[in-house]
Design a protein around this ligand. Sequence first.
Ligand code: URA
Length: 434
Amino acid sequence: MLMADLIAKKRDGGELSREEIYFMIDGYTRGDIPDYQMSAMCMAILLKGMSDAETLDMTRAMVQSGETLDLSPIDGLKGDKHSTGGVGDKTSLILCPMVAACGLKIAKMSGRGLGHTGGTIDKLESFPGFVTGISEDEFFKNVNRIGIAIAGQTADLVPADKKLYALRDVTGTVPSIPLIVSSIMSKKLASGADVIVLDVKCGSGAFMKTEEDARRLAEGLTRIGRLAGKKCAAVITDMDQPLGWAVGNALEVKEAIEVLKGEKGGDLMELCLTLGSCMLTEAGVAETIEQARSMLLESISSGAALEKLSLMVSAQHGDGRDVYDTSRLPLAPVQYEAVAKTGGYVQRIEAEQVGLVSMHLGGGRATKDSGIDLSVGLVLHKKVGDKVEPGESLATIHASSLEKAEEAAELLRACFSFSGEPVERGSFIKAIVR
Ligand code: URA
């Protein structure tokens, strides 16, 4: 078999066979197929698309390129969640304890943040002593005992995706639905959960700019998940501003705890209820969405969800009491109000740019090996639709120095756009794909 023939076949709109797809993915992972041929193939796939059968084969070939996690030592169904990447997205820290408190096991591998979006693993390390690199055995034992564990990836899952994603990033081939689907779903399948929910973001700061494209991606992800034997649902959400109020690792943990205490609601809570009710109904823990929502709300009002987070922190070598007293979490030396210079109704808050402000403060990684300051970031006081008077605070900046805080405040002001007229915000949850 020759890679040049496969590229020509896809260029001419042909359908690749299973054998051809495995040949291509195995060869590329081993280094037998060079980057220039794989780039040409990715561009042909971007332009000509792939059938569901091809996308499923590509996903499975990618899963087989590395190790996989066998979660069978854990009793019962296991749930997992994936987001296509958002600024201020602390959903996993809220959703996972809520769902676990309702009886669905959470055995989740999470990543570190790179660039302007933070990673769940970095956020969890804000708890002093918290260990994300627990062994597989400890991971299984914790989930069996308390129903939840979130750990950093230890096994070498889907090496094909690491290579392929880096190549797509520099060849203009990221926004291809079959390539995104196989990239995301291969990692989810390799992580072994039975029930997978996906949060697909749409908007200017997201991969999918329009609702229509986001829907095509959500449908592709759920179809391939189902074809691979998983219970799967997706929620499409708007990214016209950061999610919730806090952006920055420890600040997001504090916000997640406030939501779990029932002190904060809004979009963040609505997203957790929507994703959580999809998970519980797909898993058969609840029969209807309404029943699932009331179970999830009960997990908040009874304190059971917060207790799950506390148990997880203790089980992963932190101090579970920190969940009830957040004064032990990292705190930046400087708090500085970023005041508005103009007024009006907030029309947009460029999420990606806000993520870059947090990075500028030291809260994000420029390269995968750089360190991060867990204490810095910002807490917004104004969101889309709010009225702002000149001189009012848009956000509190948490910084390592006054100089950094002043620079960040200037950058943050540029993230806001205002309208003279009241702004009607469209629905934040655009659709549920099941
Ligand atoms: N996220 C992924 O993991 N892969 C993609 O291709 C796009 C977003």
